[in-house]
Every structure is written in structure tokens, then in C-alpha cells.
Design a protein around this ligand. Structure first.
Ligand code: BDP
Length: 660
């Protein structure tokens, strides 16, 4: 049967495509910009029974959430806050687009985290640190006078998945963001975002009082410094009454901080927090700290922050990366989660794929996010997951009645590319972050299913195989890049390709791969046990013992915690060397399968997006082969053993790779 080809799509509409126009009556009594947006969205796309939207303060327990109740003749969306009505409208549309049953509905949703934040690493010159989808969305040179239509589209996309906060600028913050000139630009963005329920935060440079205020220092105990921050906060809140607060990276990777003046992180965070407190703002203070002197970077955040537990002000939250090193394809969770019993903690993920193939590799990150959120810290009883430690369920400060907000953040993967994220499938990671920030108990599968149906097609012949591909893609990436607990063996500058041999004269050792894999004739891996750095003891029992034993350690973390001989016996009887070879090869084979999966679903995808993803998969296959060859040929110089003869042979020469 002849069928017309699907109309070309550029991906710009994300998961909000709504191919068919709405035809239903939508009524709303409350006059509020967010409710009006909800009404407009439903009027444009809802094709069911009439909908009534209403704000109902009695439902306060739902927080930002909503109730959807419906029968055969009408649906009511009610929420305690106007933005909840908007979230409810998007839920209704999601039900329609994903083909879920919509008759006899009764749904109550409450978000698990209060603040669901995107962190933009956008610089004031329009570049994006670790951004792979073009330049910054924020046109600082045109603001505040010219408002790109993309600002509203951005806010809408975020609201549709429940994201309600954005840190506009790079955590390596330029002081200039706090000048009045820039604050007026920030205000213009905040005004566009507000009806979508999005609050604006800024990353700030700790030395701002010196750079902008002409002060001699930025010492947190200097009253003139504290006064400068107070005045700055007042200026901001006069412009942006619902401003969220500041995000601070201090004494990390060359950024200034309180330690420059012999003060602690708590001194610094509390001084800035005091400036924000009268206005209801918060400080998100980074725990991402490490220094070259230490013999184990993975243990440093814990060592530096644990002694400060209990010293932070109520409106400070310590922001901790998911793993103890740096957004690797796989890391165990950071041992700081749950360890600071008297300090609010939040998690930071990276949505942008700095270490997972940039916007060239198809890697669906929900399984990575969930692996950490679901991880049991054992900080109290069994079941003290990272999600529960950070969402307020278990957090001791909440019990003490101090009631700080709970928060979760992801480093954004957006840019000014037409499709927002470079790779069409990278949109799913933005989507998944939002959905999990709302409800971390959702499964990776459900999220992939929703996203595929809304973004591409609901045809089962398309959804089933492509969903499978998405669900295995993160493990595949781990396999061809760094299986069995290997980490940080990236090329130094771009963090894209392999450079396990990487050593640059004069470079900090903790920025070179050999520091992390420690390969030699005696074996491979980082000993973090009693005979090594000992940092495995930062985990609560029973994890310290479990991870600390080479026989008990889960194999996916084996070389993270142990340095083992090449002939170490794995659980299935293979030697470590052979196991490593098979893993790398499995990763390569899996990408080759992805190519077949994608080619087979061609008829379900418009030609433009099909070809784009197809060409990215080719590149991913080439890169996976390169990773396998580079790592195996290099490690083979130490193992001295053959690559098992039943797997495909390398196609590169080590000597030529070493030129990279
Ligand atoms: C690393 C990035 C670097 C960031 C840093 C951070 O390579 O560009 O500035 O993290 O999170 O992953 O501060």
C-alpha cells in the first residue's frame, strides 16, 4: 500500500508536537496567567470531554501538584496553586498523546522535590561550557529589549515536565552577571518564565565584592563584604521579587572562595545566605572540591565537608554531584549522601553528555539517574535511598522543623540548535530529568515510552524496539568506554574520546587517566580499600565491607574500588583481562545493533530526523570501535595477553592512536 512520507520535522517542537488540533470546551474561572496558559494549551490540543480548571486552596497538601478527576462528560483539573493547574493540563495532554485511558480518571500528583532545577553552564559571551547543542539560548547582547521567542518555548518545555527553576549562568561564574546592566537582562528573562512557574537563580563568583564592589578582599568575615552581598540581594529582589537565590562553586578548580582567607565553606555559605534570608532566597553551595595533593580525589568532598556538618545556615543546601568524582558514565553514589546528618543535601546530575559522547552518542540517561536516586545509602535503616535522603523524607533538618526546601538539579543540555539538544534523542534526557525530579519512582521504561510516543510515533512496531535500544544505551556506553568500574580515562581537553595513556608534562596528576586506572604489569584499577586510599570506608555498613571486598564488590564497580591482577577470576570464571575484552566488544556490537534497529523503523520517522539520527549512529559506531581498540591495545601492553580470538580484532594501530 502506498503511503505518503511523513512531513519533515526539525525536532524544534520537542515532545510537545500535538499533531492534531483540539476541539473541546475548556473553562477556567480563576484569572491567573498560569491558569490562562493551561486553558490555552488544552484549547489548542485537547480532544476529549469538556475540561474545567480551578484553583482550590483546600488542596494545599498537593504543593505544586494537582488533582485530575473525570468521567464520561467532563474532566476537572484542580490545584492549590495556579502553576499546579498548568502541570495538570500537561498531564492531561500526556495521557492523550500516549494513548493512556482517559475515562474515569482520578489522579493526584505531588512532586517529591520542591525545586526541580536546570543548571546552565552558559557564559556571558554566549558560549556554553560542556555544551554540545550550539550557543547559549540567552542572547545577552539583545536583552532586555529584544525577547527571543525561544525564551517562552524553553519555559513551556520545562513546565510541561515540571521543572520549576533555572540557574542561568555557568557555575564558573563571571562576576559581571551581578552588575545592574545584567540584572536588568535577568529580570526580563524572569518575567517571561514566571507564568510557567520557573524561578530564576544565578551562579555567583565568590570574589564579586572585590571585582565589582572595589573592596580589598572577599573575606566572609569582613563586615564590608557581608554588607556588599546584602545590598546586592536587595537590588536583585527589587527587580525580581521571586528570585530563587545563588549557586556557588568556591575553592574548586581555581575558583575563589572563603579558604582564600583562611575561612571555611560554612563561613562563606552562611555569609551569603544571610544576605538572601530576609527575601526568602537560598544558597546552593557546591561540594565539588578536590586538590592535586590528595592521593584520592574521590574522597575529598567527604573529608572537607563532614567536619562542617551542622554549621550551615538553614537556607543553605549542599549540592553534591551524583558520584564522588565527576559525572562519569558510571560511578557509585557519592558517600556524602546521608552522611551529613544536620545539613540539607541535594543532588546534581549532568544532563549534557560531557563524558557520554557529547551530542553524538545516543545514550538515554534515565537509568543512570535512577541508579543513583534508588541507591541505598544505609545512612539510617535499609531503604535510605539517595532520593529519600535528598527529597526531605529522611533528611534530619526537616525533622528538626527547620524546613528548608528540597531540591534536585541537572546540568542542562540545551543550546540554540533548532532541535535544542543536538541529538534528537538527547531531548529524552531533558525530559527524563524533569519527570524524575517530579517523581523519582517512575521507571526508565515508562519515561522512555512517554517520550517516544510524544516525540516520534505511538506505533508499537516503532516504540518497542526503539525503547529497548534506549534502555540498553547507557550500559552500552559504559561497555565501550569504561566497563567494570574504570573511570576518567578520557582525552584531557574534550572528554570525548579515549586517552588511557594520557599524560601531559606538568599536568596535575588527578587530571590524567593513569591516576585513575593505575594499569601496570601487576594489574589494573584504583585500590580504595584498606591497602589503598581507604576511602571505601566513607560508605555506611554494610556497603563499606561489600564494596571493600574484591569477591563481594559488584562487578560494575570492581576497578573503582580495587586494583586487581590481570588473571583475577571474575564470577563467571573469566579472567579480568578476558572479561574486559568481552565488555568492550559487547559495547561495540550493541551500537551496531542500534544501527539495525533504527534502519528497520525508517517508515515510522520523517526523513529529516531519520537521517540525522542515522548519521549520528554511524559516528557512534566508529567511536565505539575506537574506544575498544584504544583501551584494549593500551591495556594489553601491560596484560601481555591476547585478545580472545572469538571477538573481532582491533582495526586501529596503537602507535597511530598515541598521536592523539
Ligand atoms: C567538570 C567539567 C568542568 C566543570 C566542572 C564543574 O569538566 O567544565 O566546570 O565539572 O562541575 O565536569 O564545576
Amino acid at each position: 500500500m502506498f503511503s505518503f512520507p511523513l512531513a519533515a520535522e526539525d525536532g524544534g517542537r520537542l515532545w510537545l508536537r500535538f499533531p492534531e488540533a483540539g476541539n473541546a470546551t475548556v473553562v477556567a474561572k480563576d484569572k491567573h496567567p498560569s491558569v490562562e496558559l493551561a486553558r490555552r494549551e488544552l484549547a489548542a490540543a485537547w480532544r476529549g470531554v469538556p475540561v474545567e480548571l480551578r484553583i482550590d486552596r483546600k488542596l494545599a497538601g498537593l504543593k505544586d501538584g494537582y488533582r485530575i478527576a473525570g468521567g464520561s462528560d467532563r474532566v476537572t483539573v484542580s490545584a492549590p496553586k495556579a502553576v499546579g493547574v498548568l502541570y495538570g493540563a500537561y498531564h492531561l495532554l500526556r495521557i492523550q498523546e500516549t494513548g493512556e485511558r482517559s475515562a474515569d480518571l482520578y489522579i493526584e500528583e505531588t512532586p517529591r522535590f520542591d525545586l526541580r532545577i536546570l543548571n546552565h553552564w552558559d557564559n556571558l559571551d554566549g558560549s556554553i561550557e560542556r555544551g554540545y547543542a550550539g550557543r547559549s539560548l540567552w542572547r545577552w547582547d539583545e536583552l532586555p529589549g529584544v525577547l527571543s521567542p525561544r525564551y517562552e518555548q524553553y519555559a513551556r518545555a520545562n513546565a510541561s515536565v515540571g521543572i520549576n527553576a533555572t540557574v542561568l549562568n555557568n557555575v564558573n561564574a563571571a562576576p559581571g552577571i551581578l552588575t545592574t546592566e545584567y540584572l536588568l537582562k535577568v529580570k526580563a528573562l524572569a518575567d517571561v518564565f514566571r507564568p510557567y512557574g520557573i524561578r530564576v537563580f544565578l551562579s555567583v563568583n565568590f570574589a564579586s565584592p572585590r571585582h565589582l564592589g572595589g573592596l580589598a578582599d572577599a573575606d566572609p568575615l569582613n563586615p564590608a563584604v557581608a554588607a556588599w552581598w546584602k545590598a546586592k540581594a536587595k537590588e536583585i529582589y527589587a527587580l525580581i521579587p521571586d528570585f530563587g537565590g545563588f549557586f556557588v562553586k568556591a575553592n574548586s578548580e581555581g575558583q575563589s572562595g572563603p579558604q582564600d582567607y583562611g575561612r571555611t565553606h560554612a563561613d562563606g555559605a552562611n555569609m551569603i545566605a544571610a544576605a538572601l534570608a530576609p527575601h526568602g532566597g537560598i544558597v546552593m553551595w557546591r561540594a565539588f572540591v578536590y586538590a592535586p595533593e590528595s592521593d584520592d580525589r574521590a574522597g575529598q568532598a567527604y573529608d572537607e565537608f563532614m567536619p562542617l556538618d551542622g554549621q550551615f545556615a538553614d537556607n543553605v543546601i549542599i549540592q553534591i554531584k551524583n558520584g564522588p568524582v565527576d559525572f562519569q558514565p558510571r560511578e557509585p553514589f557519592s558517600p556524602l549522601f546521608g552522611a551529613m546528618r544536620h545539613t540539607a543535601e541535594m543532588i546534581e546530575f549532568q544532563i549534557t553528555q560531557e563524558y557520554l559522547g557529547h551530542s553524538h552518542h545516543l545514550v538515554y540517561l534515565a537509568p543512570l539517574f535512577k541508579e543513583t536516586l534508588d541507591a541505598d545509602t544505609y545512612c539510617e535503616d535499609e531503604g535510605s535511598t539517595v532520593a529519600k535522603v535528598t527529597d526531605g523524607t529522611l533528611r534530619p533538618m526537616a525533622r528538626a522543623g527547620k524546613n528548608p526546601v528540597s531540591a534536585i538539579a541537572g546540568v542542562a543540555n540545551t543550546g540554540d540548535d533548532v532541535n535544542w539538544t543536538g541529538h534528537h534523542f538527547a531531548q529524552s534526557n531533558w525530559y527524563a530529568f524533569g519527570r524524575l525530579a517530579w517523581d523519582p519512582s517512575l521507571s526508565s521504561e515508562q519515561i522512555a515510552d512517554e517520550w517516544l510516543r510524544m516525540t516520534f510515533s505511538g506505533d508499537e512496531d516503532f516504540v518497542a524496539p526503539v525503547k529497548d535500544m534506549m534502555l540498553t544505551s547507557r550500559e552500552t556506553c559504559v561497555d565501550y568506554m569504561m566497563p567494570l568500574g574504570l573511570h576518567h580515562i578520557f582525552y584531557f581537553h574534550h572528554h570525548y574520546g579515549p586517552q588511557p595513556w594520557g599524560f601531559v608534562e606538568g599536568m596535575r596528576p588527578d587530571w590524567t587517566p593513569p591516576y585513575y586506572h593505575k594499569a601496570g604489569p601487576d594489574g589494573v584499577g584504583f585500590d580504595r580499600g584498606a591497602t589503598g586510599s581507604g576511602t571505601v570506608s566513607q560508605y555506611f555498613p554494610p556497603l563499606d565491607a561489600l564494596y571493600g571486598g574484591a569477591q563481594t564488590c559488584p562487578e560494575e564497580y570492581l576497578l573503582w574500588f580495587h586494583h586487581l591482577p590481570w588473571d583475577f577470576r571474575m564470577k563467571d570464571g573469566l579472567t579480568l583481562w578476558d572479561a574486559l575484552c568481552y565488555r568492550y566488544d559487547a559495547g561495540v556490537q550493541s551500537v551496531r545493533e542500534f544501527q539495525k534497529v533504527w534502519d528497520r523503523v525508517e517508515e515510522h520517522v520523517d526523513a529529516r530526523r531519520f537521517a540525522h539520527v542515522q548519521s549520528k549512529l554511524k559516528l557512534q559506531a566508529v567511536n565505539a570501535q575506537l574506544w575498544k581498540d584504544a583501551c584494549l591495545l593500551y591495556f594489553q601492553t601491560f596484560s601481555g595477553q591476547p585478545i580472545p580470538y572469538d571477538i573481532e580484532r582491533p582495526v586501529h594501530e596503537l602507535d597511530s592512536l598515541l598521536q592523539y
